[in-house]
Design a protein around this ligand. Structure first.
Ligand code: DGL
Length: 269
């Protein structure tokens, strides 16, 4: 199994296409790092699956990426991070970062009222993982969580600025508005794509924490502090590995990534 070397790629994984929001943030923040992305497109969505199923799928993916000699694993999927990050960490010979830890850190640093809202898939919210991560950093913070199961299909449908998505957001966020929160964590890979719509709905009541941006900052810090930044200044290599035929991944993925997607390969786990 791999050990970390600066010239090795970063391994990023998600249940499907959503983790490309993290890849996009990484490409902007760390333009000389090679990246291998794994999207489990044959088995998405994870957010409505049981904990034991998600844990076993997650370990299969982590093992696959470790065989690709990645120097660092990034769990880009909030649902996987919520229920399987500890198990991945326990078995990984390379460092492991996850979006929940990164988002929690950012939210705690930014809140003034110590009242934080978190939105995510049902599995993420039911796991309480964000609340645990936030309380570990600051036990005085109050956390209000809200599952938003309809957001993932709406984003995948491309309804990023659609009245239906706006009404759905208003409905989901109603209970959150009652609390005096000043910071809302976007606890799902898909939500950064509807950030403008969500900002419109929350107005100046609260600031939004984008876990994709938070993890890109955390990755940069980790690579620097451990001497793992790629010294090469060549154009980086980006590979995308999926478990279903790549056509849909490519079409939707380009929207998530904001650039064209090449080098997509399909594997069976
Ligand atoms: N990637 C998942 C997350 O961040 C959303 C999609 C899914 O349910 O698999 O929670």
């Amino acid at each position: 199994m791999s050990r970390s070397l600066p010239s090795h790629p970063i391994g990023v994984f998600d249940s499907g296409v959503g983790g490309l929001t993290v890849v996009r943030a990484l490409m902007d923040r760390l333009p000389f790092e090679d990246i291998v992305y794994f999207g489990d497109t044959a088995r998405v969505p994870y957010g409505v699956k049981s904990v034991s199923t998600i844990q076993s799928f997650t370990q299969q993916i982590a093992d696959f990426l470790l065989r690709q000699d990645v120097k660092l694993l990034i769990i880009a999927c909030n649902t996987m991070a919520a229920v399987a990050a500890d198990a991945v960490r326990a078995r990984s010979p390379v460092p492991v970062l996850d979006v929940i830890e990164a988002g929690a850190r950012n939210a705690v640093a930014r809140t003034n009222s110590n009242s934080i809202g978190v939105i995510g898939t049902p599995t993420t919210i039911n796991s309480n993982a964000y609340a645990r991560a936030i309380h570990q950093l600051n036990p005085d913070c109050r956390v209000y969580s809200q599952a938003c199961p309809l957001f993932v299909p709406l984003v995948e449908e491309g309804w990023l600025d659609h009245p239906v998505t706006k009404m759905t957001a208003q409905e989901y966020l109603k209970p959150v508005f009652v609390e005096q929160i000043d910071t809302l964590v976007l606890g799902c890979t898909h939500y950064p794509l509807i950030k403008p719509l969500l900002l419109d709905v929350v107005g100046d009541r609260m600031q939004l924490v984008d876990s994709a941006l938070s993890i890109a900052d955390q990755t940069a810090e980790l690579l620097q502090s451990r001497g793992l930044a790629n010294p090469s200044r060549e154009i980086p290599d980006y590979r995308y590995v999926v478990t279903d035929v790549p056509v849909k991944f490519q079409t939707i993925g380009e929207r998530f990534l904001g650039r064209s997607l090449n080098q997509i390969e399909r594997v069976d786990l």
